[in-house]
Design a protein around this ligand. Sequence first.
Ligand SMILES: [Zn+2]
Length: 134
Amino acid sequence: MMAFCPDCWSGIENNPATCRKCGARIDIYSHEFEQRLVSLLPHSHAERRAEICLVLGQREKRSAVPHLVEVLADPEPLVRVAALRALSQIGDRSAVPAIQKVAERDNSAIRSFAKQVLSTLGAHASKQRPVTRA
Ligand SMILES: [Zn+2]
């Protein structure tokens, strides 16, 4: 699946496409599609929020970066991982400071993924050494 219909969440295999379930016209690279996805980002289901991030990543458009940066504060780890993956795919360095925060403060699995994303973006985790307890 390359994307989904933002009206009925059916999978979309081609682009542009007409949704087989509800007939919506979809062009994942259009500004309208991005706006619709972004408007759905506060969705109550974490899986949906994660899917939205992944589709925004596949489009590889920088206009989605500020929205994905906001999602880095999502309460669900799976959504934060999806946002990191999308930011890595888009490859815009304006996301680096926000990803550095994740690399410092998130849980250990997400911290190490964030560091990986930073190196993909040609950046490094913050120079500050982690606080070690004696
Ligand atoms: Zn549809």
